[in-house]
Design a protein around this ligand. Structure first.
Ligand SMILES: *Cc1c(COP(=O)(O)O)cnc(C)c1O
Length: 429
């Protein structure tokens, strides 16, 4: 190997892994172990003091799980990363080092339904709260940020409608306010967009989706850019001041651009315990090896299906940002130049009834609450993932009652279209 920086496709296969030092195994072994034998008492003490990096206990750290975190870190261009048990766990882990009771996060109205739920109700149990605003309007974001705001949160390609966030503009607002921008990059994957290059501080993933790619794992990742100055203000005492949860260690000055990552492992994973298991990490590592190839086919198929739907008289509208008719078309060229993802919604003439009939008649598509699978997936968001939202919030989130959401898979595109065609025939008969 040479010193020249390696391309994305190469990193997807090699980053974070080397032949196993013990056996030479070429694939990353599944280190199915809970604990690790210390060399001696001094070694153990150094590990617990974070003076030496190594393995203590698999709730904190495991070689297979670390390999996955390092690989995604390389793909996102970050300084450090942690893997955890789900996308929702990743979101809590991203907020944990920077939030305190009474603090808030300013979040986009266009988020995964489960995230809106987590941010609206569950985080209140920690004394945190969220303020939801329209992220198409940077002025609205700036206006919502107050003295207690500790983060700004959005998705790259917004679930379910496929709207694209203007990450550069949003990052400028966050930077001006001195708070980190957290970007959920699940629906784009680092192949389509690397939010850190657009100014994001932290990137979160549901590894359950495109990273694993075939609907076999529940997992999450947090990547830290290492670029945020946690000590520039008094807003982030867990990182910039003595941390009582870790015998008074001052993380930021001591650990520099790895402060957030070490805090997340030493305290977040230790005390919240939302750890990824080695078997899950193994499946996700396998998935990432083919991420580029899959994403290329996902976006190619999505573009073809969206164009076909748009010209079909049974369809009212299609939201895919790859279409010239989309208000996000130009933004997509800047934020996701290799393709606008494979997630979008379309409105069926005949409303709610027709949507339900369509879903009941698809054969190749699977009716599931998931996205980012090799298989094409379909769901009626208003009656499932977004059903706990008010009708107004459903429309705001891009999940109106006459809308169907699809996650276009990597099957033969003619087969995908044929399935939608026959189901639409029955739905609109
Ligand atoms: C699925 C998803 C999540 C939650 O991830 P889990 O792995 O299901 O916990 C968060 N954000 C987005 C955009 C998602 O699609």
């Amino acid at each position: 190997m040479t010193d020249r920086p390696m391309g994305f496709d190469t990193l997807a296969i090699h980053a974070g892994t080397a032949p196993d030092p013990a056996t030479g195994a070429r694939q990353v072994p599944i280190y199915q172990t809970t604990a690790y034998v210390f060399r001696d008492a001094d070694h153990a003490a150094k590990l617990f003091n974070l003076q030496e990096v190594g393995y203590i206990y698999s709730r904190l750290n495991n070689p297979t799980v670390s390999a996955l975190a390092s690989r995604v870190c390389a793909l996102e261009g970050g300084a450090g990363a942690i893997a955890c048990s789900s996308g929702h766990a990743a979101q809590l882990m991203a907020l944990f080092p920077i939030m305190q009771p009474g603090r808030n996060v300013v979040a986009s109205t266009r988020l995964y339904g489960g995230t809106i739920q987590q941010f609206s109700n569950t985080i209140r149990k920690f004394g945190w709260s969220a303020k939801f605003v329209d992220f198409d309007d940077p002025k609205a974001i700036a206006a919502a940020i107050d003295d207690d705001t500790r983060a700004v949160f959005c998705e790259t390609i917004c679930n379910p409608g496929g709207a694209i966030s203007d990450l550069d503009a949003i990052a400028r607002v966050a930077a001006h306010a001195g708070v980190p921008l957290i970007v959920d990059n699940t629906t784009a994957s680092p192949y389509l967009c690397r939010p850190i290059e657009h100014g994001a501080t932290l990137v979160v993933h549901s590894a359950t989706k495109y990273l694993t790619g075939n609907g076999t794992v529940t997992g999450g990742i947090v990547v830290d850019s290492g670029k945020f100055d946690w000590s520039a203000s008094k807003k982030f005492p867990s990182l910039s001041e003595p941390e009582p949860a870790y015998h008074g260690l001052v993380f930021h000055p001591t650990l520099g651009n790895m402060a957030f990552t070490f805090h997340s492992i030493a305290i977040g994973l230790r005390d919240l315990g939302m750890t990824m298991n080695p078997q899950g990490a193994h499946y996700t590592l396998m998935g990432i090896e083919t991420l580029s190839l899959r994403m290329q086919r996902h976006v190619e198929n999505a573009q073809t299906v969206a164009e076909w739907l748009e010209q079909d008289p049974r369809i009212e509208a299609v939201t895919y940002p790859g279409l010239k008719s989309s208000p996000y078309h130009n933004l997509a060229k800047m934020i996701t130049p290799k393709g606008a993802g494979a997630l979008f919604t379309f409105r069926v003439k005949g409303g709610y009834e027709a949507c339900v009939k369509l879903i009941d008649n698809v054969k190749l598509f699977s009716h599931v609450a998931n996205l980012g699978d090799t298989r094409s997936l379909i769901i009626h968001s208003a009656s499932t993932t977004h059903r706990q939202l008010s009708p107004e919030a459903q429309v705001q989130a891009g999940a109106a009652p006459d809308m169907v959401r699809v996650s276009i898979g990597i099957e033969n595109v003619a087969d995908i279209i044929a399935d939608l065609n026959q189901a639409l025939e029955k739905a609109t008969a």
